[in-house]
Design a binder for this molecule. Sequence first.
Ligand code: NZQ
Ligand code: ZN
Length: 387
Amino acid sequence: MRDFTFQNGTKILFGRAAEERVGAETAPLAATVLLHYGGGSVKRSGLYDRIAASLADAAVDVVELGGVQPNPRLSLVERGIELGRRERIGLVLAVGGGSVIDSAKAIALGIPASCGVWDFFEGISKPERALPVGVVLTLPAAGSETSPVSVITNEEGLYKRGFRNGLLRPRFALLNPELTFSLPADQTRFGAVDMLAHVMERYFTNEADVELTDRLCEATMKTIIANLPRALARPDDYAARAELMWASTIAHNDLLDTGREGDWASHRIEHELSALYDVAHGAGLAVVFPAWMDHVVGHDLRRFAQFAHRVWDVEPDFFDMERTAREGIARFRAFLRSCGLATTLKELSIGDDRFDEMARKAVEKGPVGTFVPLGEEDVRAVLERCR
Ligand code: NZQ
Ligand code: ZN
């Protein structure tokens, strides 16, 4: 096991009516907030009005900026920075899913900065400060509610890039599973795949002696696998929605990679797909992750066989570890399909004409992944397996 530092300072309030605490949680941190949201689901559900009322009760002034699109864009972030500076806001409040939260984080980073915010995503500058961010989560998926990461798409050149810094961890996250009853089935599916992917990126490691985090990863994956079908069958199943919502946070709050090194090649490759084709992150991962597994399974048959046995209940074949390993990948794909997810690019109407471009962009800053570092040819080979 590696040495590590683990610090996650996000205060989490979980449960029914958690969002009604928003005024009380915000007031000690800021007198004026930028209320940031997406394309309108929060208005349709009535959540926006409840948030506004809670902030008004706590005497917090509100400046609003809606319109965040899935795969959030840099141009709106820049508008938010301008608006936030002009109105002297003290906190960015994200009400939505990963895209809204990531956009809010980038605005919070950009407001006090002396350089352009994209410089941070490019690694040209390092931030010294950021405004605090608060979250009311409506979609369990990206784990951005407690992660120190923001993922933004720069429309110029279609670059989708993540930036990780402790300053980005939200100060508080209000998690009410009831807010997810209104999710369309596709968003529920995509969200669950993203959570599974966050665990698997950490699970496939070269680090030895990581028994506890292996077991925590396996428990989280099994919980997601058990509860996704329940939430799809009955969208207002509180118990299933609550398990998924907590899993979203647990999968990506960095606890599961304590003492180990994550891989992240599948995420890097998927971000190229989202950047060029604007596919939902989870939809892209359902295609890329099993293809990545097919590509790297030979690197550590023992780990893949463990995944097969402990997560997918495959009976181990002690004389043929590869068979066990491959059966695990087959069951993972079958599960995705049984939940209504596409597992090929063809089903997403994506052809092979831009594989070279995606492979080149994915490795622009060097090979991707640590379990098996992938160069341009390997990324291309993974994309070939996605067809
Ligand atoms: O925009 P509105 O109208 O609100 O609708 C949204 C949006 O269309 C809708 N939605 C959200 N909550 C709803 C709802 N509809 C009905 N009822 C609700 N309760 O869902 C749609 C998708 O929302 P989005 O925020 O884009 O989804 P998600 O949470 O999956 O976030 C995806 C983004 O997060 C990034 C991804 O790359 C992608 O850009 N990621 C961020 C990470 C991080 N910051 O740590 C890590 C992840 O690996 C990921 O890369
Ligand atoms: Zn993800």
